[in-house]
Design a protein around this ligand. Structure first.
Ligand code: G
Ligand code: G
Ligand code: NA
Ligand code: MN
Length: 251
């Protein structure tokens, strides 16, 4: 924790990098989008997961800077890919809760994509259900504005947080990401599979695109066969990987 404060209080970048994990359309294997995932290479502890250090950074609102560093890196990467490849999938980035208390965020983000020479449509913003519910008014206002600017909005970890179900129709959203736990349960219990199927239909009825997280094997993928249009993010297709490895998939 001490050295996290060190990394965050200095010029960001040292030891930090982004991995990307493709989201795949099962019918033809096409990569529809990619999620940018932060990695921190600690000199002594090895690679640390953001699941461990983001919550610490959120407490001190240091995550505001961290998010913006991630977004800058992702936007520059998208710009570079777009110079080299004809079809570049949308890249999603995660927003931490304190970002929604920063009134300048939408302006900052608009300036960020503009300075990289890319369109807002190239970027998807992932917000967890819990962030959405604990900062409802801020989120609705800010995400509404961002969506008008052209950014795509995705509700992350759906079904595990402080439930957004009752307000789903009020949120400015383009996408639902069903938490990995639903896939795990669905492969063990037919009733859990029905639940997963019902959430998929709910998203389709609301005209939201849908990402099923955590598909790890063919058997799990087969369960989704008749569920209609969706994409899959999971180890079965791809693990999160450095940008250099993504080049091989785009080229
Ligand atoms: O890649 P994975 O183990 O390692 O990520 C763990 C968790 O950390 C996920 O819930 C993911 O949403 C979150 N996360 C990954 N990268 C970022 C980031 O850049 N910012 C924020 N706020 N969360 C991130
Ligand atoms: O932001 P979000 O919580 O959706 O981040 C995705 C997290 O899930 C990351 O930590 C990523 O490394 C992890 N992940 C992605 N696919 C799989 C999978 O198939 N199995 C498991 N166990 N974890 C996954
Ligand atoms: Na996410
Ligand atoms: Mn998730």
């Amino acid at each position: 924790e001490h050295s996290l404060q060190h990394v965050l209080s200095n010029e960001l970048g040292e030891g930090l990098s982004l991995y990307y994990q493709p989201q795949v359309r099962p019918t033809d294997g096409k990569i529809m989008a990619m999620e940018a995932l932060l990695r921190w290479q600690h000199p002594k502890l090895g690679t640390l997961s953001p699941a461990e250090f983001i919550p610490i950074a959120e407490q001190s609102a240091q995550s505001v800077r961290l998010d913006r560093w991630v977004i800058e890196q992702a936007c520059m990467q998208v710009a570079q890919w777009r110079e080299r490849y004809s079809q570049v999938p949308v890249v999603s980035v995660n927003l931490s809760a304190p970002q929604f208390r920063e009134p300048d965020f939408a302006d900052w983000l608009q300036a960020c994509v503009a300075s990289c020479g890319i369109k807002p449509e190239c970027i998807k913003l992932e917000v967890t259900e819990t962030t959405m519910m604990t900062q409802k008014n801020n989120c609705v206002a800010m995400l509404g504005r961002l969506r008008e600017l052209g950014f795509k909005i995705s509700l992350d970890d759906f079904g595990t947080g402080y439930s957004a179900l009752a307000c789903l129709h009020q949120f400015p959203l383009d996408e639902l990401k069903i938490d990995r736990n639903f896939m795990v349960e669905a492969s063990q219990d037919p009733r859990a599979l029905l639940l997963l199927k019902t959430i998929v239909h709910l998203a389709q009825e609301l005209s939201l695109t849908l990402v099923v997280e955590g598909v790890e094997d063919q058997a799990q993928l087969n369960l989704l066969a008749n569920f209609g249009p969706l994409t899959v993010q999971g180890y079965y297709y791809y693990r999160p990987m450095p940008a250099a490895d993504i080049n091989k998939l785009l080229g």
